[in-house]
Write a protein that binds this ligand. Structure first.
Ligand SMILES: NC(=O)C1=CN([C@@H]2O[C@H](COP(=O)(O)OP(=O)(O)OC[C@H]3O[C@@H](n4cnc5c(N)ncnc54)[C@H](O)[C@@H]3O)[C@@H](O)[C@H]2O)C=CC1
Ligand SMILES: O=C([O-])CC(=O)C(=O)O
Length: 346
């Protein structure tokens, strides 16, 4: 998978197994056949979702269960995984689903995983910034990444928990401390910014969003989200007013949803769609497929392949509006990254 990214930490394109709660005597035949499928080495990858019972985690679990590249799907959370696991496991798709509840089952949830997706943590309410979530989510991400370092140090990690601009730095520091850090394998998920950008740009152009590809570089908060409208495919031009409108709407897409949800959470469904899209691209890269391009928040500009992020990309030519935006983004990102680094080093 190819990935394109920016400066410093950049943006890339790039237990016991829980039995279902209604598990009855006699249903062990079903369980055994599922175990056999898993043990039989069905082709595909092993994927864990940490925070699987949440607003993002549930639809993401459903979407990953539908991905034919997934052979084993581990659903981990500190609450409610038995129900979600029982529910998703009834889907007649290939992946074998297992649930894990609570920290004592984290190690079992992670052992042997090829890809770990992390949507665990608290979402915003109106009036909050993503950075306001740092206090709670930093500790959650640290614990989960310590588990990854111990149980599946070679897994690709897709980090969704906010503030992504800091949580990716936290994860990097945890892995460095454990001696397992590989920048190729740690990816902050910014796909929702691209998904929104494609949608909003398509609206302005009056075309199908599936025909539009907008590179979005930087991080995942406010001005650090930098859509490169000069590089939109198919080649398009925008008036100054359109550029201003689109940039603002893309940068504030998360807040638009937080306000519409009026205190009940932030984007979950579009985020699950975006996370499944990104994770699917990572799996295609792991499989060796060439030329898969996505954006992400990574340590350097990269192309992703079997080893993870394999090749560094440049941002491409920027116009004046984008150059100014990039400087603003870099300034804010440097602070957010430092905050994450200090959380672990202090
Ligand atoms: N990167 C991105 O583009 C986006 C990121 N987000 C972020 O994703 C995170 C999750 O959002 P939602 O799913 O809406 O929240 P939610 O509150 O609905 O779900 C979070 C889940 O995490 C679980 N959890 C809490 N502590 C845990 C731990 N130590 N280990 C495992 N699981 C744990 C909770 O039990 C809950 O099930 C938030 O931080 C949110 O800001 C949300 C949308 C977009
Ligand atoms: O805005 C939030 O808090 C959730 C998020 O990251 C997004 O929707 O882009």
């Amino acid at each position: 998978m190819e990935a394109r990214a920016g400066a410093n930490q950049r943006i890339a394109r790039i237990s016991a197994h829980l039995q279902p709660p209604n598990f009855q005597e006699g249903s062990d035949v079903l369980l055994k056949s599922a175990e056999c499928r898993a043990k039989g080495g069905a082709p595909g990858f092993k994927v864990a979702i940490l925070g699987a019972a949440g607003g993002i985690g549930q639809p993401l679990s459903l979407l990953m269960k539908m991905n034919p590249l997934v052979s084993v799907l581990h659903l981990y959370d500190v609450v409610n995984t038995p129900g979600v696991t029982a529910d998703v496991s009834h889907m007649d798709t290939g992946a074998v689903v297992r649930g894990f509840l609570g920290q004592q089952q984290l190690e079992s949830a992670l052992t042997g995983m090829d890809l770990v997706i992390i949507p665990a943590g608290v979402p915003r309410k109106p009036g909050m910034t993503r950075d306001d979530l740092f206090k709670i989510n930093a500790g959650i991400v640290r614990t989960l990444c310590e588990g990854i370092a111990k149980s599946c140090p070679n897994a690709i990690v897709n980090l969704i928990s906010n503030p992504v601009n800091s949580t990716v730095a936290i994860a990097a520091e945890v892995f460095k401390k454990a001696g397992t850090y590989d920048p190729k394998r740690l990816l902050g998920v910014t796909t929702l910014d691209v998904v929104r950008a494609n949608t909003f740009v398509a609206e302005v152009l009056g075309v199908d969003p599936r025909e539009v590809d907008v590179p979005v570089v930087g991080g995942h908060a406010g001005v650090t989200i930098l859509p490169l409208l000069s590089q939109v495919k198919p080649r398009s031009s925008f008036t100054a007013e359109e550029t201003e409108y689109l940039t603002n709407r893309i940068q504030n897409g998360g807040t638009e949803v937080v306000e519409a949800k009026a205190g009940t959470g932030s984007a979950t469904l579009s985020m699950a769609y975006a996370a499944a899209k990104f994770a699917g691209a990572c799996l295609r890269g792991l499989k060796g497929e060439a030329g898969v391009v996505e954006c992400a928040f990574v340590d350097s500009q990269v192309r992703l392949g079997r080893a993870g992020a394999e090749e560094v990309y440049q941002l491409g030519p920027l116009n004046e509006y984008e150059r100014i935006g990039l400087e603003k983004a870099k300034r804010e990102l440097a602070g957010s990254i430092q905050k994450g680094v200090e959380f672990i080093r202090k």
